[in-house]
Design a protein around this ligand. Structure first.
Ligand code: HEC
Length: 133
């Protein structure tokens, strides 16, 4: 009788432990997935993340319509025609060509973009240039 009670509680303890472990593995598995996806990103995808995230560029730039700043399509098309570099522009190495009259509004953002790494500025360029006609 006593033995049976011990077996039952042991079995319960084992079942409990296995269940906990399985749950932990599931949680860990779930955590690893976004990391794997991040390493597979293209430069344009990384650029989009920066553009919409810490760059806060979407406040003034939308893909198809002019908001405060020119649309990404307009910027990309003009930059492609003229063979210019967005990465150079946002590092203040070249002059505005899209809407120079509003340059002062754009210039305030160089405080953010000049703090970025060259690779991050290249990623933003890849993202914007993906809208070229
Ligand atoms: C406060 C609004 C605002 C924000 C935020 C903003 N821009 Fe602009 N941007 C403008 C305006 C206005 C222009 C038009 C003036 C000009 O052409 O320089 C412009 C122009 C541009 C151009 C075209 C430059 C050219 O040759 O004329 C690029 C490229 C650009 N922005 C990239 C960015 C990126 C990248 C970000 C985010 C880091 C950003 N902008 C954030 C307002 C903004």
């Amino acid at each position: 009788m006593m033995r049976t009670a011990i077996y039952i509680s042991l079995t319960a303890a084992i079942v409990f432990l296995v269940a906990c472990n399985t749950k932990k593995e599931e949680q860990d598995f779930g955590k690893k997935q976004p990391e794997a996806a991040a390493t597979a990103q293209t430069p344009a995808e990384k650029g989009q993340e920066i553009f919409e995230g810490k760059g806060t560029c979407t406040t003034c730039h939308k893909p198809d319509e002019k908001v405060v700043g020119p649309s990404l399509k307009d910027i990309a098309t003009i930059y492609k025609q003229k063979g210019l570099s967005v990465a150079a522009f946002i590092n203040e190495e070249s002059k505005p060509v899209v809407d120079p009259a509003l340059y002062e509004t754009m210039k305030a953002n160089f405080a953010i973009t000049k703090m970025m790494t060259p690779e991050e500025r290249q990623n933003i360029e890849a993202y914007i240039m993906s809208f070229a006609k």
